[in-house]
Ligand binder design. Sequence first.
Ligand SMILES: Cc1ncc(COP(=O)(O)O)c(C=O)c1O
Length: 439
Amino acid sequence: MSIKHFDTLQVHAGRDISASNSPCVTPICQTSSFLFDSTEHAASLFALSHPGHIYTRLSNPTTDVLERRVAALEGAAAAVAVSSGQASQFLAIQNIASAGDNIVSATSLYGGTHNQFKISFKRLGIEFKFAPNDNIAEFESKIDNKTKAIFIETIGNSDFYIPEFEAFAELSKKYDIPLIVDNTFGAAGYLFRPIDYGAAVITHAATKWIGGHGTSIGGIVVDCGNFNWANGKFPQFTQPSESYHGLSFWESFGEGSQLGNIAFAVKARAEGLRDWGCSLSPFNSFLLQQGCETLSLRMDKIVGNALELAQWLESHPMVESVNYPGLKDNRNHQRAKKYLKNGFGGVLTFTLKASATSADGRPSGKTPDFVHALELISHLVNVGDNKTLISHSASTTHAQLSQKELKRAGIGENTLRVSLGIENIGDIKADIEQALRRV
Ligand SMILES: Cc1ncc(COP(=O)(O)O)c(C=O)c1O
């Protein structure tokens, strides 16, 4: 039977219950390696001519279910799970770019991603050229014959910029380069499905809403199966691989192959996971899968809480400003209505009136006092938990950014980021109210 609906797929996709007396929950296959039937069998697994598991750095049955599930939720061809969201970007980029190449990326990004792109990839010889999301012409002006991809986030963390997806898809098509979308804030397709708007590759911090319980760091790279890696710009897919005994990933796993176009995912696993080793542990795969089963239910509650809190904060006399795409006068509201299917996201930012800034540019006065006075809301850096979380972006997640970059990313010195949980909104508001009264 073909399952079509998100809320059914999030529970069932990827599960194999064909064996007699199958367990109802995916078992944790806590093993480093897998027994071979014979030397021929071992050789066929290593040659990728026979499906199966060799070593958990490459693949694992528990992780396999998570990968198939997220691929199904995103409507994609295949997925590769990795040890973190940061690793998902790394694995995706290294799969298509080498020293001397470049990627054109939006400025509206999670701070850790921005630093990975700007500093760490530069050390490896891969340059990231940044352009503001709302300026397609600037994106286009930065593309040259060494550009290997365009990178954007679905809802930028933390200015919540929502790109004009059609324009980015058109640009990537015009230059025949893949559009990579970090869909962490799109909740694995529940709020937004990048494949419907021309994405070729999707990355995820599964740490966030996919897991949802704040237990595990993890990431997923999704291969949409719709890009022609044999277009002449990506010889690493078509030429015999030096690192994989002469295999052509495109010939064996590209369009027209028995398994469909999964060359990107196979290469990311066979070369990327093998050589960089950023694999997800089976236990984390298990926990992320448990979270995934309730993704749509949690998101419904979270986006409802976020909208209600944003509206309440907006009318609060002690609040200076609120940024949430669900608010009618928000600069992202029209695009949010157009692209986001089931709510406007789980995170908002706000600033308090008359918050002071100290000589070193860090906040003083009301903002830190307010954060310390909260009793229910957790002060930590994460998003996408069942618990409501708060953090001060400029001194934590985005601390590596310059003043100019912070401004471009929509983060002020007193910006507080709130990731809504699934608690009762009355209790969340009451906690904020009591903390405001104390400052
Ligand atoms: C949009 C986005 N992408 C990637 C990451 C990195 O994920 P991880 O912390 O799992 O490495 C984060 C982390 O906050 C994020 O918000």
